[in-house]
Write a protein that binds this ligand. Structure first.
Ligand code: ZN
Length: 319
């Protein structure tokens, strides 16, 4: 008889081509919470962030300094930052929409390691999201990045709708890469490419990241930020890995979305991402059971079943 367990021990043939370890930024406390209609008490947010920071995650985006009347859920940004207790080795970042947001964040300078700035690669989405043209956004973000660098903060630029726009459809990769090059020149050490409304497919993702790798500066960290809107999130992760990408963003519980258009659903679940990577022999440094406890806690706090698969099934057991 053929030994089934013996067969499953065989590594995939192209394993050597994939990275041995990847970096994951948890964006649930920002990308996730901002899409929740019911206000989550600050105390709860602080507990969840403190627990996430003890799962082995090295990067957490904890909140955003947006106008409270635009996103009331994140009106407690300063308080969240002041109250969280995060181990030294965890890099804390905040999403910054503009110069005023940065000044507000700097009042908690000691609690922040990184800032993330964002714009869309599509004019229509950018207009609807931040009421600016791409050129206006870039000019403003260049000033934000310069000021953040003066303060010694590491900077990431995130480009929404990098793989397609719900209003404009196709987004030329040349335009996305041009924006990435501008952000890099302005001081961003990392650029995240967001599939904001889940329009990416694995073939397109692989081609895009191969092009990005060969045209953008070598030292620029390239990060993939997929939403699972149409279920292609993890397939897109594999395509990005095959193109040499080693940095990802995801949300515990599969929380998340985008303010525009309505119906844009969650990021890939961090626990699904971690489970798949560990099964592939790729290290994340994250303790999956500890992360699942966080996802269960947020599911309980929100009082409804979340989209994460591993939260339902539990980790793979080979015993
Ligand atoms: Zn997102």
């Amino acid at each position: 008889m053929v030994s089934v367990s013996g067969m499953s021990a065989q590594p995939p043939a192209d394993r050597a081509a994939l990275p041995k370890s990847v970096r994951i930024r948890e964006v649930g406390p920002r990308d996730g919470f901002q899409n929740e209609p019911e206000i989550i008490p600050t105390e709860r947010k602080v507990e969840l962030i403190n627990a996430l920071a003890r799962t082995g995650l090295r990067r957490i985006e904890v909140t955003s300094f947006v106008r409270a009347d635009v996103i009331p859920q994140l009106a407690d940004a300063a308080e969240v930052l002041a109250r969280i207790d995060v181990p030294e080795h965890v890099s804390v970042s905040v999403l910054i929409p503009n110069e005023r947001g940065l000044e507000a964040a700097l009042e908690q300078r000691a609690k922040i390691d990184e800032v993330n700035v964002f714009l869309s690669a599509s004019e229509t989405h950018n207009k609807k999201n931040v009421n600016r043209t791409i050129a206006q956004s870039l000019a403003a973000l260049e000033r934000v990045l310069a000021r953040a660098r003066e303060e010694g903060l590491r900077c990431e630029g995130v480009i929404s709708t990098s793989f397609g726009c719900p209003y404009e459809g196709h987004v030329p990769s040349e335009r996305v890469l041009e924006i990435a090059a501008r952000l890099s020149a302005a001081g961003a050490e990392e650029v995240g490419f967001g599939d904001t409304t889940g329009m990416a497919n694995p073939r397109g993702v692989r081609t895009f990241f191969e092009q990005a790798r060969s045209t953008l500066p070598r030292e620029l960290e390239l990060t993939a930020h997929f939403h699972n809107t149409r279920g292609a999130g993890l397939a897109n992760v594999l395509a990005a890995l095959e193109a040499g990408i080693e940095s990802f963003e995801s949300s515990f519980g599969e929380l998340g979305g985008c303010p525009v258009p309505p119906g844009a659903t969650g990021n890939i679940a961090t626990e699904d991402l971690v489970s798949m990577l560990h099964e592939m022999g790729i290290d994340t440094g994250i303790d999956l059971p500890a992360l699942l406890a966080c996802a269960r806690a947020v599911q309980e706090a929100l009082g409804r079943p979340l989209g994460s698969h591993t939260l339902v099934a539990g980790p793979v057991s080979w015993d």
